[in-house]
Structures are given as C-alpha cells and as structure tokens.
Design a protein. Structure first.
Length: 338
C-alpha cells in the first residue's frame, strides 16, 4: 500500500447528535466527507461545497452535527439539523447538505474532493476498473477516533464484486460494490477510493512483460455498511460431551443470529453525482450562479478557484495527490485515455 497523501484525511468529518457530544467526542455517530461541484456557468471561478454522508447516520439516527478540524489543531462544530440535510432520491443511503457558506479555508483544515475525481461510469470503463483493484477508505474508528479532535483511520482492501443489487438501510435494493475490507460502526459515510500504482495492473504486465507505469486514484463511492449474513447457533460441547452450563440458557440448537461477513458495501460515486444533478439540488446551484455571478462581475467575488482550499482542484494539490502514483506524472499516453 503506498503512502496516502495526508491532506486526504481532511476530506472527512465526524458526525454527532448534538454539540455536547461533539465537544466531548462521544463514542457514537458516523463519518462524512466534503466534495465540490463546479458552477456550470463559471466553472473556473465558482464552486459549490457539499457534505456527504449516509441517510441512516444523519436522518435516521439524527447525527447531523458536523465536527471538522481547524488549522490551529482544534475543532469547529457546525450545527446542522437533520432537516437541513437532504435525502434527495429517497432511495440510496446518501444524505447531502450544502456547506458553501460554512467552510472557511482560513480557519478549517478541510480538503475537498472535486467531482472530476469521481470514479464515474465513464472512468470505470476507461480504466477497466474491476474485481481485484485496490481500495482504501478513510473514516472514524470508534475505539480510537482522536477523542476531542478528528483522527480518521484508513482501512484497505480490494474490489470483490462489481456493483450488484443489495438491500440498503433505506430498504432500497440499490447497486453497491462488495469490497473485501473490514469495517465497523463509525465508518458509515466514509469515502472509499480506488487506485493503481506502478506494477499493480496485471493485465498490462502480462501484455508487456514489464511493470505498468500507469496509475490513478479516484473516489469509488461511499461506504454504508457491511454485508450481513446469518450465523447458526449450536451448543458448545466439551470432549466429554458436557455442555457449558453458562451457555445452555441462551443457546437454542438450530437458531440464527445476524452477523457481518467482513464484506464492505459501497454505493458507487456515479450515484452521488446523479444525486447532485437531481433538479432539487441542481436548481440551487443555478440560483447561486446568478447570485454569485453578479457579485463576481461587480466586485470580483468569489475568489478564483485556485485560492479555494480544495485538495484536488489546484495544481499543487494535484501534484501532492498524485504522489500516490509515484511516476504517474510522467506516464506514457494510453490509447484509451481522452
């Protein structure tokens, strides 16, 4: 596993039920992450910032309060009501909230994932992303999450099954990746990235006999839970055929309990993008284009995109991000790239 650019850790935030819980770092809640969508009218000058998490974290469980790290090593608490988050499609386990007026690059240690780094259907096809590709996710490890500051943890794995219908907490049989990576409570809402580095494309290595020098890293999607399975309960017996007395009262031969398979379920990034382009959300950006466009022409506001703290939207941060790929900056042109 290559070193992860540290600024990617700041693409995440923690979620709580109320301010007191957030200040104390209470041991429940979930994860979310920041993304940006460019203005259709002024893509080089206006961006729209969103917070993304799961419906079951924000709306069902009421963990709508955002805690984000600050540049001075502390945290800031952004108080949102569950009603200020939107479950737009009423299907996928995704909740979205606009944050353009909340985040301040002079105060918050927040790096944002631009939609150009989403593993959309086009990107999946272009790079042949499929079973076996490496992934990592960043989120909240409840038992050691940093306490009074956010310290996201990374977990690693591979694509095991390409998007297939799995029942989500919303009750919707939606498409999700199955990822061979362990998870647990607190990681719900985490961003999941797919990547390749030098030598990890076995198809190319087989064709050329040399390590591949191609590489990439994209947002694969949002983690919503682990694939559940049923475990049969059986009586535990010693060699002498005696049953543990402490277990006899709670075990019923042939009964089942629900457990977790270790397979992490991830809603594709394309679904997040589709949600952001739903009329209810897109219309707000259209209104913003008119509002901010007028101010831009009159006063030069908002600032150029390069001055906004977006980890993957300016040349320097792109260079840092591509350190994942080592020699990717010098990679050879490929026939299937546009």
């Amino acid at each position: 596993m290559p070193k992860i650019p540290l600024q990617l850790l700041d693409s995440t935030f923690y979620l709580y039920k109320n301010r007191d819980d957030a200040e104390k770092g209470k041991n429940y809640g979930g994860t979310g992450f920041f993304i940006t969508v460019p203005s259709e009218k002024y893509p080089d000058e206006i961006i729209y910032i969103y917070g993304i998490s799961n419906w079951h974290v924000v709306l069902e469980s009421g963990n709508s309060i955002i805690r984000v790290n600050t540049l001075d090593g502390k945290v800031d608490i952004i108080e949102y009501e569950p009603t200020e988050w939107e479950w737009v499609q009423r299907k996928d386990d995704i909740a979205v909230s606009p944050l353009i007026s909340i985040l301040d690059p002079r105060k918050h240690s927040s790096n944002l994932i631009a939609t150009e780094y989403f593993a959309t259907d086009k990107i999946i096809q272009q790079h042949g992303i499929n079973v076996g590709d490496d992934v990592f996710m960043l989120g909240r490890f409840m038992d050691h999450d940093g306490g009074i500051i956010n310290m996201p943890a990374a977990r690693f794995g591979n694509i095991s099954v390409m998007p297939t219908e799995i029942k989500q907490p919303t009750g919707y049989m939606g498409k999700s990746y199955c990822i061979d990576a362990h998870s647990r409570t607190g990681f719900s809402g985490s961003p999941v990235f797919v990547y390749r580095t030098i030598g990890t494309d076995l198809n190319e290595a087989q064709e050329t006999g040399f390590p591949s020098i191609s590489g990439f890293c994209y947002l694969l999607g949002i983690h919503w839970g682990q694939f559940a399975e049923e475990w049969e309960i059986k009586e535990i017996r010693l060699k002498e055929k005696k049953t543990f007395s402490e277990n006899r009262s709670i075990i019923t031969e042939g009964g089942y309990v629900e457990g977790y398979s270790g397979m992490t379920c991830v809603i594709p990034a394309q679904n997040i993008l589709d949600l952001l382009n739903m009329p209810e959300v897109k219309n707000e950006r259209t209104k913003g284009d008119e509002k901010y466009g007028i101010r831009r022409r009159k006063t030069g506001f908002p600032p150029k995109a390069e001055s906004v703290n977006r980890s993957m939207d300016n040349p320097q941060h792109k260079e840092d991000f591509n350190s994942l790929l080592t020699a990717a900056a010098k990679k050879k042109p490929q026939a299937d790239e546009t």
